[in-house]
Design a protein around this ligand. Structure first.
Ligand SMILES: [Fe+2]
Ligand SMILES: [Fe+2]
Length: 368
């Protein structure tokens, strides 16, 4: 049964694991919630079936060769207790001095930690769905043969990413947060804009570069070995997607007039500003009855969170620089956010082919 809605769900859901009894499912669990969007898509056929870009074709071939399957390449039997923190020991806690947090019992603090984790994982999941929808649009819109093949292979990658994060949240976390409004606003803009290259910039250069950095951070701080395995597999694909984005956009933008490039540079900046806000887990504060504005202020003021936020931009900035979207007009705006310092770091157009060609980690589930 499908229920059509005008806005995404706004409440936290407790999701029963798929191996739990069907009797535990509520009507809401079996109901499919769909939110309609309209898009004026400008598609393109390609009548040239000859390979024209060696880098794109090599990325496409690697994607096929190093494909993984969540049913066999992930050991879903691995367990991690909810009586332990989902984060590795020793990390700093930005809420330590916040009375609303300090007054919680140890048990409540642990529950808050799991909710924060569920929120992060939920945003990964919703972002992956966004990537699935956008890459399927790009398959139609990309004007070249190599671009279409790659976008199609990425669409299948994103389907598997939605699958693994969805399964992890359902079977291992049990709590699902709604999509963060900043992430949703950017996804809405990307999905409904008629210009394919803006979709491309928003998804391949901004959201995916940020996701790639966020997955690396999460891999370092996640205590659950199963989650680290999942992130390892997803990160391999994302690294290819971002390399595709940088390579394709660098070539395309060279064909645009300066005023058209400027328009895209402004769009990229706006997207970065929105993504910077998306990192604050205000939905978790709200759910726990905390003062949302105070929580936001504390989160943004905490020194380590500042470096964490900035760390997430260490891939976006050099990639925007590489494709030519850090124009003289937008540089001062990035400067104001303290992000220009990252522009000179290595970019994802400098492909490490040996890394991309690494065999899969090696776990193979026993045949049933
Ligand atoms: Fe993805
Ligand atoms: Fe991706």
């Amino acid at each position: 049964m499908v229920k059509f809605v005008k806005v995404p769900p706004a409440h936290v859901r407790y999701v029963p694991a798929s191996d739990e009894l069907a009797s535990k499912l509520s009507a809401e669990d079996v109901e499919q919630v769909a939110e309609i969007f309209h898009t004026p898509l400008t598609g393109a056929y390609t009548w040239n079936y000859r390979e024209s870009d060696k880098t794109l074709r090599k990325l496409y071939k690697l994607g096929k060769e190093r494909n993984w399957n969540a049913d066999f390449d992930v050991d879903w039997n691995k367990t991690y207790p909810h009586t332990s923190s989902p984060m590795v020991e020793g990390g700093e806690n930005p809420y330590e001095t916040w009375p609303s947090f300090a007054n919680l019992s140890d048990k409540e603090k642990l529950a808050f930690g799991w909710h924060s984790h569920a929120w992060t994982m939920s945003q990964f999941l919703h972002g992956e769905q966004g990537a699935l929808l956008v890459s399927s649009q790009l398959t139609s819109c990309a004007p070249t043969y190599d671009g279409k093949l790659y976008a199609a292979s990425q669409t299948f990658d994103e389907a598997r990413h939605v699958e693994v994060f969805g399964r992890y949240l359902t079977d291992k976390v049990g709590v699902m947060y709604p999509v963060n409004r900043h992430l949703k606003a950017l996804l809405d803009k990307i999905l409904t804009d008629p210009r394919w290259d803006l979709k491309f910039i928003g998804m391949q250069l901004i959201i995916e570069s940020l996701a790639l950095a966020a997955f690396h951070v999460q891999k370092a701080i996640a205590a659950d070995p199963l989650l680290r395995d999942i992130l390892e597999l997803v990160t391999r694909d994302e690294a290819r997607h971002v390399a595709f984005g940088v390579t394709y956009m660098e070539q395309f933008l060279k064909s645009l007039a300066p005023n058209e490039i400027e328009e895209r540079a402004q769009f990229a900046f706006e997207a970065c500003r929105v993504m910077r806000e998306r990192i604050v887990p205000t939905d978790v504060f709200e759910h726990h009855g905390f003062d949302v504005e105070e929580g936001r202020r504390r989160f943004l003021a905490a020194g380590q969170m500042d470096s964490f936020r900035n760390l997430l931009f260490t891939r976006i900035m050099p990639n925007l620089n590489k494709v030519g979207l850090l124009t003289a007009a937008v540089r001062p705006k990035y400067e104001e956010l303290g992000l220009m310092a990252f522009a000179g770091l290595p970019n994802d157009g400098e492909i490490n082919w040996a890394e991309f060609d690494k065999p899969l980690p090696g776990y193979v589930a026993a045949a049933e």
